[in-house]
Write a protein that binds this ligand. Structure first.
Ligand code: FPP
Length: 246
């Protein structure tokens, strides 16, 4: 299906809510962590798929602020899985030109997890083909409030004028300041929600929902979503005729 994708209309940034690991595991009579473990294979597939399709930025919602409220064994299992996966995959990511970034309330992560992430980010810092952005202990409302506090502090300190606050200034205070806004947001497993993910950045994104559970999501599913995106008309508030004027 890769050959059907129009290379001229590749989204610069894809964001994914990886949902359905728990349901996938339950359908197989296994515990939720089994689903998360299989979800890692899908992460690998999608990263490879993005490199092959020429996508420059991929954000994965790996752990939300609200996920801390899950049973302790699931939270610990997910943190461990994250540490072991990053350790195992860092070299491969590096060889494939993938640069790792993390967004979220990183101070709330266990020390081992932060250290592993720091090492992998340093190892991949020079890579250029794909920015892989992991949203960890992330929630968009938290991020927007943090940005607002930083801006308010600058105004109070006289470093920024209230009248100069615009979209560009606001964006530069978000954790995604270094990346373009996602043009395509994919959510797996049949839920039609954004769930506190990149609320500001997704303002004009095309949303794609699929019933496939995350552990079953493969490159072909990614390409199907990209093709679906390419067949949509993005109007940004304009009317169709305005877009087709020479
Ligand atoms: C949502 O499924 C998934 C998560 C909360 C965790 C996602 C984590 C991974 C795929 C593994 C680690 C990732 C990386 C980047 C190494 P759910 O548990 O909410 O599923 P459910 O809705 O069926 O219960």
């Amino acid at each position: 299906m890769l050959h059907l994708i129009n290379k001229e209309k590749i989204p610069q940034h894809i964001a994914i809510i990886m949902d359905g690991n728990g349901r996938w595991a339950k359908e197989r009579g296994k515990d939720r962590l089994f689903g998360h473990q299989h979800g890692v294979l899908s992460v690998r597939e999608v990263v490879e798929g993005c490199v092959e399709a020429g996508i420059k930025n991929l954000t994965l919602y790996a752990f939300s602020t609200e996920n801390w409220n899950r049973p302790e064994n699931e939270v610990n299992g997910l943190m461990e899985l994250l540490v072991t996966t990053i350790r195992k995959e860092a070299e491969t990511l590096s060889k494939n030109g993938v640069r790792l970034f993390v967004i979220g309330d990183l101070d709330s992560l266990p020390l081992a997890c932060r250290q592993e992430l720091d090492e992998a980010m340093a190892l991949t810092a020079e890579n250029k083909s794909l920015n892989l952005i992991l949203a960890l202990s992330y929630s968009s409302k938290w991020e927007i409030l943090e940005a607002t506090k930083k801006i308010a502090a600058k105004v109070k300190a006289g470093e920024l004028l209230e009248g100069d606050i615009n979209d560009e200034v606001f964006k530069s205070h978000l954790s995604t300041a270094a990346f373009p806004d996602p043009e395509l947001m994919i959510r797996t497993s049949g839920e039609n929600r954004i769930s506190n993910f990149l609320l500001y950045q997704l303002a004009y994104a095309e949303l794609y929902f699929t019933h496939t559970h995350w552990p079953d999501f493969r490159k072909e599913n990614l390409y199907e979503a990209i093709l679906n995106y390419q067949n949509r008309e993005r109007r940004f508030g304009k009317i169709s005729e305005q877009l087709h004027l020479a």
